[in-house]
Design a protein around this ligand. Structure first.
Ligand SMILES: CC(C)(COP(=O)(O)OP(=O)(O)OC[C@H]1O[C@@H](n2cnc3c(N)ncnc32)[C@H](O)[C@@H]1OP(=O)(O)O)[C@@H](O)C(=O)NCCC(=O)NCCS
Length: 187
């Protein structure tokens, strides 16, 4: 297996293909229409510039992806990142999700992010188990926060420390997370 940065042009279509079944056939995503490859490409480009978007390859084919993005827009949240991971159903339970997340967290930590946050629509035993096994702790449950597939859905939120474990007042404000530039974005 190979983990690498996604390329907005080259990987948009396959990321859209991996993601689509979780939009149309499950409540894992709260989107209702699968994003087009063009939309996926613009998401990859946008988030690769500030966080990271990684893909996993198996025998030369992309079988999953994971990315970080802003948690909230207000300034004090700038060290917090939301993370997501999606793996082609034919490749579940082979360590792809874990490898993507482990690499993503290493990068986000080096960038200076301090907390990773993840929201999981319930039920999703696989995702809950993955996040728990990767050191996330449950924060709480938004009850009936979204309507999908004919029912109100609960979302459980998790968080995981990425950097040093400062508690309360830190000695000084940390520098802002550094931007991460994908190879293709370098002029
Ligand atoms: C959640 C998901 C990303 C896991 O990816 P994966 O590549 O199958 O996971 P891995 O093989 O790396 O598993 C890592 C660990 O997660 C846990 N896990 C993963 N799938 C599990 C399952 N079906 N049941 C129980 N535990 C599971 C296990 O602890 C596993 O470690 P182990 O295999 O050593 O026991 C995958 O199931 C998926 O794409 N689901 C649909 C999309 C989704 O829900 N994404 C998350 C949105 S919040």
């Amino acid at each position: 297996m190979l983990i690498r940065h996604a390329e907005a042009a080259g990987d948009a279509g396959v990321c859209a293909d991996v993601y689509a079944p979780f939009v149309t056939g499950s409540v894992a995503s709260f989107e209702e229409a699968p994003p087009t490859p063009a939309e996926m490409g613009s998401r990859i480009a946008r988030l690769s510039a500030t966080h990271a978007w990684l893909v996993a390859e198996h025998d030369g084919a992309v079988v999953g992806f994971a990315y970080g993005g802003p948690h909230r827009e207000r300034a004090a949240y700038r060290w917090a990142t939301d993370v997501s991971v999606y793996v082609d159903g034919r490749f579940h339970r082979r360590g792809v999700g874990r490898a993507l997340y482990a690499t993503l967290f290493e990068l986000l930590t080096r960038q200076g992010f301090r907390v990773a946050c993840a929201g999981i629509t319930l039920p999703n035993d696989a995702s809950v188990a993955l996040h728990r096994s990767m050191g996330f702790q449950p924060v709480g449950v938004y009850r009936r926060i979204g309507w999908k597939d004919g029912a109100w859905r609960d979302v459980i939120w998790w968080q995981r420390q990425l950097g040093p474990q400062d508690v309360g007042r830190a000695p000084e404000e940390p520098g802002p997370p550094v931007r991460l530039m994908a190879p293709e974005q370098r002029a």
